[in-house]
Design a protein around this ligand. Structure first.
Ligand SMILES: [Zn+2]
Ligand SMILES: [Zn+2]
Length: 149
């Protein structure tokens, strides 16, 4: 069984345990997210699936993503005014973002727990989580630039 298949099965088990109905659309959204390691927007997901589900609207996609987020299968990454990106990798990881094409790639680094502890100490906040993002230019975009010159 491929990794994504195993993850899909596990995710579907979680859905069942949460008592969430597994509609064909919900299944497709989840499957798409698990296979797309690019952190798509709701619009990306809609465009990828509209051929398969002609009656599906962007609102349906959002609704499904909300349900998946509520039971902890999907993480939503909000970026100010631009639309949210969705991530089904809910294990601890960090993101590097391409400033040219907007691609978000996962990378692993030991969780910066000391930063949370220090922040709590110096500010008196009760820390819930943190987010760190690294920015740069992805390999593909670097190549595009080289070709232009
Ligand atoms: Zn890029
Ligand atoms: Zn991620």
């Amino acid at each position: 069984m491929a990794v994504s298949e195993r993850q899909l099965k596990k995710a579907i088990d979680t859905l069942k345990e949460s008592g969430v109905r597994i509609t064909p659309q919900r299944h497709a959204v989840l499957e798409y997210l698990l296979n797309a390691m690019v952190h798509p927007t709701a619009d990306d997901i809609y465009k990828a699936l509209e051929g398969k589900f002609p009656n599906m609207s962007v609102a349906t996609v959002y609704n499904n993503l909300r349900v998946l987020r509520e039971i902890g299968l999907v993480r939503e990454l909000t970026y100010g005014d631009s639309s949210s990106r969705f991530d089904c990798n809910t294990t601890d990881h960090y993101h590097i973002i391409c400033e040219s094409c907007g691609k978000i790639v996962d990378f692993h680094y030991p969780s910066l727990d000391e930063v949370e502890a220090l922040a709590e100490q110096v500010t008196g906040f009760e820390v819930s989580h943190h987010r760190m993002e690294v920015y740069g230019k992805c390999k593909e975009c670097q190549q595009v630039d080289t070709k232009k010159h």
